[in-house]
Each structure stands twice: as structure tokens, then as C-alpha cells.
Design a protein around this ligand. Sequence first.
Ligand code: 3H9
Length: 694
Amino acid sequence: MTNPQLVEQTREGSVLVLTINNPPVNAFSPGVPEGLKAGLEAAAADDTIEAVILIGGGRTFVAGADIKTFNLPRDQAPDLRGTVEKLDAFPKPTVAALHGTALGGGLELALACTYRVAVGGARLGLPEVKLGVLPGAGGTQRLPRVVGAPKGLEMMLSGSPIGAAEAKAIGLVDELVEGDLLAGALSFARRVAAARPLPRISEREVVGASPELFAQAREAINKTHRGQLSPSLIIDLAELAATRPFQEGWQAEAVKFMEARESPQSRGLRHIFFAERESARVPGLAKDTPATTIRRVGVIGAGTMGGGIAMNFLNVGIPVTIVETGQEALDRGLGLLRRNYESSAKKGRISAEDVDTRLGLLTPSLDLADLKDADLIIEAVFESMAVKKDIFTRLDAVAGPDAILATNTSTLDVNEIAAVTSRPQQVIGLHFFSPANVMKLVEIVRADKTSDSVLATSMAVAKQIGKVGVVVGVCDGFVGNRMVHRYGEEARQLVEEGAAPGDVDAAMNALGLPMGPFQMTDMAGLDIGHAIRVHRAQQRGEPEPDGWLDRVVKTGRKGQKTGGGIYDYDENRRPRPNADVQALIDAYRAEKGVTPRELTQDEITRRLTATLVNEGARILDEGIAARAGDIDVIYIYGYGFPAYRGGPMHYASEQGLQGVVDDLKRYGKAPAPLLERLAGEGKTFADWEKEPRS
Ligand code: 3H9
């Protein structure tokens, strides 16, 4: 549906103001180009109009093309390029008045105007690379012509916006406006109304370009954007801007934009963009559920996890009391935390003053009773039900009546922990990922009795500390670890059949994961996984696990922390195969009567992803995760699954679920009923989300 009312025309003396009103972010949706065209035609036809201002209504200028329209056929998508052409050819001065976020197509509109003015808080950028596309409305050709090739490349390849002051300093903005934006833009427009000839960016030369610059950029993206399509297209187009006439680059950009837009990588990144925002909407939780303000946090356990969790709150100015059982452990924890901050300061990420401020907000303690004033208390101690129950019993006695009691357990039953307290409605799981001050994910574990307000507060707190919080239900391992457990089993099975651990990791690295399953195991510690397997076997009354990896642990090789595990490590922490481990694997296979066979990279990747997806389907069926997109968000932010593949569930839907089912059957695994049904009906997980729920 097009709606020309999205652009309002207001006459201010000899200036026509075109206000784009398309909340919440004034995306370039159907109706906006029609409205702008009508406004420009009116201004061109009226001799008394001397200049035109483009401004955004509400909180921002245009934040970009409407990403939802990227699935439309090309000729049905809103005509951003056509609008840009009209602006560039317009015979009177046009002024873009910027506030909020002028991003992507929004900045491209501004670049096609004759001038740009902005308020101090405005942010300007071309973030298309984050969606697997490229600036497709002249950005690749105009930005380098304004800010030079090096800065233009940097902005387009990082996708990060810059502030208005910097934009002014590098010539992207002509004037900073203090006070009211429209008033400032009007006074600017009146000043330039008579200026002729009109300065057009498309007529400028690109400065700072050289063959070396582009060669270096191509080399750099091999590290920063390995395996991705759009960054290399961006470099090609920036090079065209520097070496060929504007029209040539402008035409090439249209072709490359469509190539990127139609790629599975862009579909994956767009899926994640929306899935991340969707994950903030919790089914059954009213939008207006009140969240309480967290003024003070308590953390129990000053180990790596507890310290990392505490830092998240200190970083946003929330005081933390951290409790340990002994002075030595407390000192060790505080030392680690201090060193962590000091190293950030050395790298220039924070100032020395920040270090002092943050540490000044931290109160160390040996007494649980010191948590009596905390609004949120997060337990991060050893993963043992007995220990956790003991802590929650004591905590219940000392915590304030309204305090939220959270456990950072990664596998244990939050209902069972909640049951030892007199207030199970205030108990929740907040499962952070290590290193907790860096990893963006928090699984928010909703137990049977967790109240809506505790859930809403937990979501709000996660956002406040810069995390992506995804609500999950109670089961062994929740979503992430439950899936990774199956994945680890399959990885060990692959080795048993004949693959080297290095082959398995290489296959997942090729898919885009920075770490394969065995690199991850070596990092986390082999003993941790072994202890979990032993615990599970005991619970099920099974014999002690004795797989090849359990045998590696027993040789004392526990991973990176003992200098080596499945791999040895050189001084740069690069993994190298270890002959003893390989001999142990060979002996294990011989003992089991397995004749090792060669496994292709394709088989390894298929089996591991199919295993993840199969468990994911069970998780959905059981209601542990509300949406396949939630699982994708968890895997991207918690486990390094490449965002450009859209997460495991999206990736499987892209490949076709029938293929996943066939793979599972071929390798002797039972497909989850939900997966088998969807595959049989030719559906995807996105289709499943649209099905009515009973
Ligand atoms: C482009 O421009 C291509 C061109 O070069 C070439 C074309 C030919 N479209 O993030 P929030 C929705 S590519 C559609 O929660 P915040 C969002 O889904 C585009 N919808 O708010 C959410 O909806 P809901 C380049 C969009 O304040 C609501 O707005 N631009 C778009 O934390 C609020 O969003 C970008 O990549 C969009 N472009 O952050 C910018 N943007 O309420 C992408 C937002 O239903 N956007 N929505 O969940 C952002 O980075 C952030 O949204 C922004 C606001 C910083 C703007």
C-alpha cells in the first residue's frame, strides 16, 4: 500500500519543507518515494520556492531502506535510486536536516542533496554491510567523493556510524545546528538559496585512493569478514568510484546491490536483524508489564564467571556487591577483575578514570548478609545442585523481600532451585556466556513460577547492560548447551568413524564458525565436559563414560589451561595435532573394531548442522524456545555461528528441511517428529511460526 501522506509539505516563506513521517525510524517504505516526488515536483513548479529541506519527523531522519521490502521483486521495491536521481538533478538547492540516525538509504538521500546540516547528537553511517548488502543508492560512489577513499572504505566496511562532530570535521556535514534543527536548517537554506552553480557530490573527484589502499582492504576483509560476499563488492565499487566516471560506478552499484540482496548471506543477516528484535517480545508477557529498577546488584562467586557478570553492571554505573566464601578467593577474583579493566584501559577502550569509577562501585564481601539491599542477586558458583540449593536457602533468609534471585546455572533445574526458597515467583535463571563481560547473549530461564514482572525486569536489565536476552524454558542445558551437547556427541562420533579432530574443526571453520567443536572443548576445558558426562551417566545409572575424549582427559590433557588438550598449542595459541592423542584415538578405534574411513568436509558439516537442527526442532516442539529465530539468535551470540548463515535453524530452512531429514536418516539418527513433519509438508521453520498454536 502506498501512502503519499508519509511526506508532509510545509511552506516556510520561500522554502518548502518536506517532512518524512514513517514511524518508528522513517524507513524508506512504499509511499515515501511518492511523497518526495510530489514534494519535489511542487517545489520545481513554483517559482517562489527557492530551496527545499528534507527532514525526518519524530525521533530520526531516515534510518535506511525498508528492510522488509528486500523480499519484494525489484520493480515493486520503493524507488530509492529514482528519488536519489531526482534530488541530484534538482535545479534548486536541497538541504538534508539530520537528527537521530541517518543510515544507509537515509544517508544516501542526504548525500544526493546539495547540502547537509545536523544536530550534534545525529549519527551518520552506511551500515548495509551488516545486512549482507551494500549501499545501493549511490553511497558507494558519493561517500568516497566526500570523505576520501580511506574513510569511505572504513565506514562502509565497518558499517559503524560516526557522530555529527566528526561528520562536520570530514566534510560530510556542512553545518552543525545548535538548538532547533528546522530553524537552523531554514536559516542555512535561505543563506544558500541563491548559490549557483549548485555543488554536486557526483561531480567531485575521490581523494586518497591508490591501488595499494584497495589491495590492503581486500587483504583485511579476509580476516574481518571471511567468507562474506558484500565487503568485497563494496571494495570493487569504491575502486570504481576512484577510477571511473560517476555514471559507470552508479550503474555497476545497482547490479551489485541486487546480487548482494538476493544472496543467502543477506537473507541470513536480515533474518537475524528481525529475529533479534522479535526475541524481545515474549509470548504471554504483556507489553506493559512493569519492570522494576535495579539500583544495586549482588553477585555470589568471584570466579571468572562471577567477575565477568559483575563487570557488566559496573560498566553501566550500577553498584555491585560481590561475595565469596574465603578471603583468598575474593582477592583472586578482584585481582582478575582489576587486571581485566586495566588491560581495557591499556588498549584505549576505556580511560584510567573509568577504571577507578567502575572499581569504586564494587564492594567485596565474605558475608551473604551484605546482599540485603540488592535488587537483583545473581549466583555464579560451582555447578552443583546441592551447593546451589544451600545458597538459595540462605539467600532467601537475607535478601530483601522484593529482590530477584537469579542463578547462572548452565544446565540445572531452575524449578528445583526455586523450590527451596519461600518466593519461587522471584527466582529466574540468567545464563551468561563466558567471558561474561564480552559475550552478548543471556539465556533468561523462565521457571514454572517466575512472575511476569521478574521476567520483564530481567529482559530490561539484559538490554540495559547491552546484552541480547532470549527467554527459554527449563530443561537440561536450556537451548544452547542442550544443542551443543548433541553436537559434541556427533563430533566425537565423527572422529570415532575416521575423521581427525582437525578435520572436524576445519569443516566448521569453513562454514564460518571461528571455533570448531574440539577447539571449543580445548578452550572450555576437557574436564568440564567429562564431569558433565560422568554426572549424567550416574543419574541414568549407566556405566562411567569411556569414549576416546574421556580417555584423553585421563592422560591429564585438559585443554588450553594445561597447555594442551585435543591439540597442542604454539606460542600464538594456534592448535597443532598431538601424536599421543592421535595414537589414543587409533587404539580406541581398534579396540572397538572400527575400520577408519575418510569423511568428506561436506559430510562433517551436514552431520553436525543436522544434529543441531534436530535438537532445535525438539526444543521448539517442547516449547523450550518460542521461535526458531530465538534459537538462531542464541547460536549466533552465544556460540559464534556465523550471522551471515542466519543461525542453524534458518540455515537448515534455506537448505531445505527434507535434506536435513535425509541426512539424519542416512547417518542412523531419528529425525525429530516436528522436523520430519515440516519437511514432509515442504515447509520451513518460518512457516511453522505462522501455524496456529493450541
Ligand atoms: C539500505 O538502506 C539499502 C540502501 O543502501 C539501498 C537500497 C536500494 N527497515 O532497532 P530498533 C524497525 S539497507 C525496516 O528496535 P533502536 C525495527 O525492526 C538499511 N524496519 O530501535 C523495529 O521494529 P519493531 C540500512 C526497520 O532505536 C523498529 O524499527 N539501515 C528498519 O534500538 C525499531 O528498531 C539500517 O541497516 C529498517 N531499515 O535502533 C538501519 N530499521 O518495533 C537498521 C529499524 O517491530 N536499523 N526498523 O521490532 C537500526 O540500526 C536500528 O533500528 C536503529 C534504531 C539504529 C535505526
